[in-house]
Design a protein around this ligand. Structure first.
Ligand SMILES: Cc1ncc(C[n+]2csc(CCOP(=O)(O)OP(=O)(O)O)c2C)c(N)n1
Ligand SMILES: [Mg+2]
Length: 330
Protein backbone atom coordinates (compact mmCIF):
# COMPACT_ATOMS: atom_id res chain seq x y z
CA UNK A 1 0.00 0.00 0.00
CA UNK A 2 1.20 3.49 -0.82
CA UNK A 3 0.51 5.86 2.03
CA UNK A 4 -0.68 9.36 1.14
CA UNK A 5 0.92 12.28 2.97
CA UNK A 6 -1.10 12.98 6.11
CA UNK A 7 -3.45 15.94 5.62
CA UNK A 8 -3.05 17.14 9.22
CA UNK A 9 -1.77 20.65 9.78
CA UNK A 10 -2.51 23.78 7.80
CA UNK A 11 -3.92 23.65 4.27
CA UNK A 12 -0.78 23.10 2.18
CA UNK A 13 -1.89 25.39 -0.69
CA UNK A 14 -1.59 29.06 -1.45
CA UNK A 15 -4.77 31.11 -1.32
CA UNK A 16 -5.46 30.92 -5.06
CA UNK A 17 -5.41 27.14 -5.22
CA UNK A 18 -7.37 26.74 -1.99
CA UNK A 19 -10.01 29.16 -3.28
CA UNK A 20 -10.28 27.27 -6.57
CA UNK A 21 -11.07 24.07 -4.65
CA UNK A 22 -13.68 25.80 -2.50
CA UNK A 23 -15.23 27.58 -5.50
CA UNK A 24 -15.80 24.33 -7.36
CA UNK A 25 -17.39 22.68 -4.32
CA UNK A 26 -19.75 25.64 -3.95
CA UNK A 27 -20.58 25.58 -7.69
CA UNK A 28 -21.57 21.91 -7.47
CA UNK A 29 -23.66 22.49 -4.33
CA UNK A 30 -25.55 25.46 -5.79
CA UNK A 31 -26.02 23.73 -9.15
CA UNK A 32 -27.57 20.66 -7.54
CA UNK A 33 -29.78 22.65 -5.20
CA UNK A 34 -31.21 24.32 -8.30
CA UNK A 35 -31.64 20.94 -9.99
CA UNK A 36 -33.66 19.68 -7.00
CA UNK A 37 -35.81 22.81 -7.18
CA UNK A 38 -36.42 22.40 -10.91
CA UNK A 39 -37.18 18.74 -10.41
CA UNK A 40 -39.90 19.75 -7.97
CA UNK A 41 -41.32 22.06 -10.63
CA UNK A 42 -41.37 19.21 -13.17
CA UNK A 43 -38.85 20.95 -15.41
CA UNK A 44 -36.24 18.24 -14.88
CA UNK A 45 -37.61 14.73 -15.12
CA UNK A 46 -36.45 11.12 -15.01
CA UNK A 47 -33.72 10.07 -12.62
CA UNK A 48 -31.75 12.59 -10.63
CA UNK A 49 -28.96 11.53 -8.26
CA UNK A 50 -27.52 14.32 -6.19
CA UNK A 51 -23.87 14.45 -5.10
CA UNK A 52 -24.51 16.85 -2.21
CA UNK A 53 -22.17 15.95 0.66
CA UNK A 54 -19.62 14.25 -1.62
CA UNK A 55 -18.32 17.34 -3.43
CA UNK A 56 -14.80 17.12 -1.97
CA UNK A 57 -14.20 13.88 -3.88
CA UNK A 58 -14.79 15.12 -7.43
CA UNK A 59 -13.14 18.46 -6.70
CA UNK A 60 -10.06 17.20 -4.87
CA UNK A 61 -9.55 14.36 -7.34
CA UNK A 62 -10.12 16.16 -10.64
CA UNK A 63 -7.93 19.07 -9.60
CA UNK A 64 -5.12 16.53 -9.18
CA UNK A 65 -5.42 15.28 -12.78
CA UNK A 66 -4.27 16.68 -16.11
CA UNK A 67 -6.71 18.15 -18.64
CA UNK A 68 -5.51 15.49 -21.11
CA UNK A 69 -6.48 12.61 -18.79
CA UNK A 70 -9.64 10.57 -19.34
CA UNK A 71 -12.51 10.71 -16.86
CA UNK A 72 -15.15 8.01 -16.56
CA UNK A 73 -17.93 8.58 -14.05
CA UNK A 74 -21.26 7.24 -12.82
CA UNK A 75 -24.83 8.52 -12.90
CA UNK A 76 -23.90 10.75 -9.92
CA UNK A 77 -21.60 12.80 -12.10
CA UNK A 78 -22.78 16.42 -12.20
CA UNK A 79 -19.83 17.47 -10.06
CA UNK A 80 -17.28 15.68 -12.21
CA UNK A 81 -18.66 17.32 -15.35
CA UNK A 82 -18.59 20.78 -13.76
CA UNK A 83 -15.04 20.47 -12.48
CA UNK A 84 -13.95 19.03 -15.80
CA UNK A 85 -14.91 22.35 -17.36
CA UNK A 86 -18.13 21.64 -19.23
CA UNK A 87 -20.10 24.88 -19.31
CA UNK A 88 -22.72 24.81 -16.56
CA UNK A 89 -25.29 25.94 -19.13
CA UNK A 90 -24.74 22.86 -21.30
CA UNK A 91 -25.03 20.59 -18.26
CA UNK A 92 -28.23 22.28 -17.11
CA UNK A 93 -29.68 22.11 -20.63
CA UNK A 94 -28.93 18.38 -20.60
CA UNK A 95 -30.78 18.03 -17.29
CA UNK A 96 -33.77 19.64 -18.98
CA UNK A 97 -33.48 17.31 -21.97
CA UNK A 98 -32.85 20.21 -24.32
CA UNK A 99 -30.94 20.07 -27.59
CA UNK A 100 -28.38 22.57 -26.28
CA UNK A 101 -27.30 20.02 -23.64
CA UNK A 102 -23.87 18.37 -23.71
CA UNK A 103 -25.46 15.11 -24.91
CA UNK A 104 -27.97 16.99 -27.08
CA UNK A 105 -30.71 16.33 -24.53
CA UNK A 106 -30.68 12.60 -25.14
CA UNK A 107 -28.78 11.56 -22.06
CA UNK A 108 -30.16 13.58 -19.18
CA UNK A 109 -28.69 13.70 -15.69
CA UNK A 110 -27.10 10.24 -15.84
CA UNK A 111 -25.39 10.59 -19.22
CA UNK A 112 -23.36 13.76 -19.26
CA UNK A 113 -20.69 13.28 -21.93
CA UNK A 114 -18.13 15.49 -23.59
CA UNK A 115 -15.45 14.11 -25.87
CA UNK A 116 -13.66 17.48 -26.01
CA UNK A 117 -12.82 17.43 -22.30
CA UNK A 118 -12.47 13.63 -22.34
CA UNK A 119 -15.42 13.07 -20.03
CA UNK A 120 -16.53 9.60 -21.14
CA UNK A 121 -19.84 9.57 -19.21
CA UNK A 122 -22.05 9.43 -17.14
CA UNK A 123 -23.38 5.84 -17.10
CA UNK A 124 -26.69 4.50 -15.74
CA UNK A 125 -25.29 0.99 -15.39
CA UNK A 126 -23.68 0.31 -12.02
CA UNK A 127 -20.10 -0.72 -12.80
CA UNK A 128 -20.63 0.08 -16.48
CA UNK A 129 -17.81 2.60 -16.60
CA UNK A 130 -15.14 0.20 -15.37
CA UNK A 131 -14.61 -1.82 -18.57
CA UNK A 132 -14.81 1.41 -20.58
CA UNK A 133 -11.99 2.86 -18.49
CA UNK A 134 -9.88 -0.25 -18.97
CA UNK A 135 -10.48 -0.07 -22.72
CA UNK A 136 -9.50 3.58 -22.87
CA UNK A 137 -6.32 2.84 -20.91
CA UNK A 138 -5.49 -0.13 -23.13
CA UNK A 139 -5.87 2.07 -26.22
CA UNK A 140 -3.51 4.65 -24.71
CA UNK A 141 -0.95 2.04 -23.73
CA UNK A 142 -0.99 0.42 -27.18
CA UNK A 143 -0.48 3.82 -28.81
CA UNK A 144 2.25 4.84 -26.37
CA UNK A 145 0.21 7.78 -25.08
CA UNK A 146 1.12 8.79 -21.53
CA UNK A 147 -2.28 9.45 -20.03
CA UNK A 148 -4.18 8.47 -16.89
CA UNK A 149 -7.75 7.23 -17.06
CA UNK A 150 -9.54 8.04 -13.80
CA UNK A 151 -12.59 5.88 -13.28
CA UNK A 152 -15.11 6.87 -10.60
CA UNK A 153 -17.58 4.35 -9.23
CA UNK A 154 -19.51 3.66 -6.04
CA UNK A 155 -18.71 0.95 -3.53
CA UNK A 156 -21.85 -0.80 -4.78
CA UNK A 157 -20.14 -1.36 -8.12
CA UNK A 158 -17.53 -3.52 -6.41
CA UNK A 159 -20.13 -6.26 -6.12
CA UNK A 160 -20.40 -6.38 -9.92
CA UNK A 161 -18.48 -8.83 -12.06
CA UNK A 162 -17.34 -5.92 -14.22
CA UNK A 163 -15.32 -4.58 -11.30
CA UNK A 164 -13.42 -7.82 -10.82
CA UNK A 165 -12.77 -8.36 -14.51
CA UNK A 166 -11.63 -4.76 -14.91
CA UNK A 167 -9.26 -4.87 -11.94
CA UNK A 168 -7.79 -8.15 -13.09
CA UNK A 169 -7.11 -7.04 -16.65
CA UNK A 170 -5.82 -3.62 -15.63
CA UNK A 171 -3.39 -5.23 -13.17
CA UNK A 172 -2.37 -8.05 -15.51
CA UNK A 173 -1.60 -5.68 -18.37
CA UNK A 174 -0.33 -2.84 -16.16
CA UNK A 175 -2.82 -0.38 -17.62
CA UNK A 176 -2.81 3.28 -16.58
CA UNK A 177 -6.12 3.31 -14.68
CA UNK A 178 -6.75 5.18 -11.46
CA UNK A 179 -9.67 3.40 -9.83
CA UNK A 180 -11.53 5.98 -7.75
CA UNK A 181 -14.06 4.39 -5.41
CA UNK A 182 -16.58 6.79 -3.87
CA UNK A 183 -17.52 4.82 -0.78
CA UNK A 184 -20.63 6.54 0.57
CA UNK A 185 -21.58 3.40 2.54
CA UNK A 186 -24.84 2.72 0.70
CA UNK A 187 -25.85 1.28 -2.63
CA UNK A 188 -29.40 2.63 -2.93
CA UNK A 189 -30.90 1.35 0.36
CA UNK A 190 -28.33 -1.38 0.98
CA UNK A 191 -25.59 -0.74 3.50
CA UNK A 192 -22.22 -2.18 2.57
CA UNK A 193 -22.07 -4.48 5.60
CA UNK A 194 -25.50 -5.87 4.80
CA UNK A 195 -24.49 -7.20 1.41
CA UNK A 196 -20.73 -7.81 1.49
CA UNK A 197 -18.74 -10.30 3.53
CA UNK A 198 -15.57 -8.26 2.96
CA UNK A 199 -16.19 -4.58 3.76
CA UNK A 200 -12.54 -3.58 3.51
CA UNK A 201 -12.61 -2.27 -0.05
CA UNK A 202 -8.85 -1.82 -0.26
CA UNK A 203 -8.42 -5.49 0.65
CA UNK A 204 -10.63 -6.43 -2.30
CA UNK A 205 -8.58 -4.30 -4.67
CA UNK A 206 -5.33 -5.61 -3.20
CA UNK A 207 -6.42 -9.16 -4.01
CA UNK A 208 -5.73 -8.24 -7.65
CA UNK A 209 -2.22 -7.09 -6.74
CA UNK A 210 -3.26 -3.46 -7.18
CA UNK A 211 -1.77 -0.95 -4.71
CA UNK A 212 -4.31 1.01 -2.70
CA UNK A 213 -4.82 4.30 -0.91
CA UNK A 214 -7.53 5.43 1.48
CA UNK A 215 -8.60 9.05 1.92
CA UNK A 216 -11.08 10.99 4.01
CA UNK A 217 -13.55 11.92 1.29
CA UNK A 218 -15.00 14.75 3.37
CA UNK A 219 -11.67 16.55 3.36
CA UNK A 220 -10.80 18.09 0.00
CA UNK A 221 -7.13 18.34 0.98
CA UNK A 222 -6.93 14.65 1.86
CA UNK A 223 -8.64 13.75 -1.41
CA UNK A 224 -6.37 16.01 -3.42
CA UNK A 225 -3.17 14.70 -1.82
CA UNK A 226 -4.19 11.05 -2.17
CA UNK A 227 -5.12 11.55 -5.81
CA UNK A 228 -1.89 13.39 -6.55
CA UNK A 229 0.03 10.42 -5.14
CA UNK A 230 -2.18 7.93 -6.95
CA UNK A 231 -2.02 9.56 -10.36
CA UNK A 232 1.75 9.91 -10.06
CA UNK A 233 2.07 6.16 -9.57
CA UNK A 234 -0.14 5.45 -12.60
CA UNK A 235 1.52 8.09 -14.78
CA UNK A 236 4.94 6.62 -14.06
CA UNK A 237 3.82 3.44 -15.81
CA UNK A 238 3.58 1.34 -12.66
CA UNK A 239 0.10 0.09 -13.51
CA UNK A 240 -3.28 0.74 -11.91
CA UNK A 241 -3.94 2.05 -8.42
CA UNK A 242 -7.09 2.00 -6.33
CA UNK A 243 -8.19 4.88 -4.11
CA UNK A 244 -11.03 4.59 -1.63
CA UNK A 245 -12.61 7.94 -0.75
CA UNK A 246 -14.68 7.59 2.40
CA UNK A 247 -17.62 9.88 1.95
CA UNK A 248 -21.36 10.24 2.53
CA UNK A 249 -24.32 11.51 0.56
CA UNK A 250 -26.47 13.95 2.50
CA UNK A 251 -29.50 13.56 0.24
CA UNK A 252 -31.56 10.55 -0.75
CA UNK A 253 -30.18 8.09 -3.32
CA UNK A 254 -32.36 9.62 -6.02
CA UNK A 255 -35.57 11.63 -6.01
CA UNK A 256 -37.55 8.46 -5.26
CA UNK A 257 -36.20 7.28 -1.93
CA UNK A 258 -37.93 7.44 1.46
CA UNK A 259 -34.57 6.77 3.19
CA UNK A 260 -35.91 4.10 5.51
CA UNK A 261 -32.54 2.37 5.67
CA UNK A 262 -30.64 4.93 7.73
CA UNK A 263 -31.26 7.03 10.81
CA UNK A 264 -31.62 10.81 10.63
CA UNK A 265 -29.06 11.04 13.43
CA UNK A 266 -26.49 9.29 11.23
CA UNK A 267 -27.05 11.81 8.44
CA UNK A 268 -26.83 14.70 10.92
CA UNK A 269 -23.58 13.33 12.35
CA UNK A 270 -22.00 13.19 8.88
CA UNK A 271 -23.23 16.70 8.12
CA UNK A 272 -21.05 18.02 10.91
CA UNK A 273 -18.17 16.92 8.64
CA UNK A 274 -19.64 18.59 5.55
CA UNK A 275 -16.87 19.28 3.01
CA UNK A 276 -17.81 22.90 2.29
CA UNK A 277 -18.17 24.33 5.77
CA UNK A 278 -15.23 22.44 7.24
CA UNK A 279 -12.89 23.59 4.47
CA UNK A 280 -14.10 27.20 4.46
CA UNK A 281 -13.82 27.33 8.27
CA UNK A 282 -10.28 25.99 8.03
CA UNK A 283 -9.31 28.59 5.43
CA UNK A 284 -10.82 31.39 7.49
CA UNK A 285 -8.97 30.24 10.60
CA UNK A 286 -5.73 30.28 8.60
CA UNK A 287 -6.35 33.76 7.21
CA UNK A 288 -6.76 32.49 3.62
CA UNK A 289 -10.43 33.46 3.30
CA UNK A 290 -12.66 36.18 4.68
CA UNK A 291 -16.40 35.95 5.18
CA UNK A 292 -16.84 38.63 2.47
CA UNK A 293 -14.77 36.61 0.01
CA UNK A 294 -16.81 33.53 0.78
CA UNK A 295 -20.09 35.38 0.25
CA UNK A 296 -18.83 36.83 -3.04
CA UNK A 297 -17.77 33.40 -4.26
CA UNK A 298 -21.14 31.96 -3.27
CA UNK A 299 -22.97 34.82 -5.01
CA UNK A 300 -20.96 34.19 -8.21
CA UNK A 301 -21.90 30.50 -8.09
CA UNK A 302 -25.59 31.34 -7.64
CA UNK A 303 -25.46 33.81 -10.54
CA UNK A 304 -23.80 31.19 -12.74
CA UNK A 305 -26.55 28.72 -11.80
CA UNK A 306 -29.28 31.26 -12.56
CA UNK A 307 -27.77 31.96 -15.98
CA UNK A 308 -27.52 28.22 -16.66
CA UNK A 309 -31.16 27.67 -15.68
CA UNK A 310 -32.30 30.56 -17.90
CA UNK A 311 -30.29 29.08 -20.79
CA UNK A 312 -31.87 25.66 -20.25
CA UNK A 313 -35.38 27.13 -20.00
CA UNK A 314 -34.87 28.95 -23.29
CA UNK A 315 -33.48 25.81 -24.96
CA UNK A 316 -35.26 23.76 -27.58
CA UNK A 317 -36.73 20.29 -27.20
CA UNK A 318 -35.62 17.88 -29.90
CA UNK A 319 -38.05 18.08 -32.83
CA UNK A 320 -40.11 14.96 -33.48
CA UNK A 321 -38.58 14.54 -36.94
CA UNK A 322 -35.12 14.11 -35.33
CA UNK A 323 -36.17 11.24 -33.13
CA UNK A 324 -34.60 8.56 -35.34
CA UNK A 325 -31.41 10.53 -35.92
CA UNK A 326 -28.35 8.53 -34.78
CA UNK A 327 -30.54 5.50 -34.15
CA UNK A 328 -28.99 2.44 -35.76
CA UNK A 329 -31.12 -0.51 -36.77
CA UNK A 330 -30.04 -3.70 -38.51
C1 LIG B 1 -26.15 -3.20 -13.34
C2 LIG B 1 -27.11 -2.42 -12.48
N1 LIG B 1 -27.71 -3.02 -11.45
C3 LIG B 1 -28.57 -2.32 -10.66
C4 LIG B 1 -28.84 -1.01 -10.92
C5 LIG B 1 -29.76 -0.21 -10.02
N2 LIG B 1 -28.98 0.70 -9.18
C6 LIG B 1 -28.91 1.99 -9.50
S1 LIG B 1 -27.93 2.82 -8.43
C7 LIG B 1 -27.58 1.46 -7.54
C8 LIG B 1 -26.69 1.53 -6.33
C9 LIG B 1 -25.25 1.75 -6.64
O1 LIG B 1 -24.56 2.12 -5.50
P1 LIG B 1 -23.09 2.64 -5.53
O2 LIG B 1 -22.33 1.95 -6.58
O3 LIG B 1 -22.56 2.54 -4.15
O4 LIG B 1 -23.21 4.18 -5.97
P2 LIG B 1 -23.93 5.39 -5.22
O5 LIG B 1 -25.32 5.46 -5.75
O6 LIG B 1 -23.88 5.13 -3.77
O7 LIG B 1 -23.15 6.60 -5.64
C10 LIG B 1 -28.25 0.36 -8.07
C11 LIG B 1 -28.18 -1.00 -7.50
C12 LIG B 1 -28.20 -0.42 -12.03
N3 LIG B 1 -28.40 0.86 -12.36
N4 LIG B 1 -27.33 -1.12 -12.78
MG1 LIG C 1 -22.58 3.95 -2.65
Amino acid sequence: MIVAPPPAGPVPYAKERATALLRDMVRIRRFEEKCAEKYGEGKIRGFLHLYIGEEAVAVGALHALEASDNIVATYREHGHALVRGLPMSSIMAEMYGKREGCSRGRGGSMHLFDAKTRLYGGNAIVGGGLPIAVGLALADKMQGIARVTACFFGEGAMAEGAFHESMNLAALWKLPVLFCCENNLYAMGTALARSESQTDLCAKAASYAVPTLKADGQDVVAVHEATLAGQRHVREGKGPLFVEYQTYRFRAHSMFDAELYRKKSEVEAWKTRGPLHTFSARLKAEGKLTEEEFLALDREAMDEVDRAAAFAEAGTPEPVEDLLRDVVAR
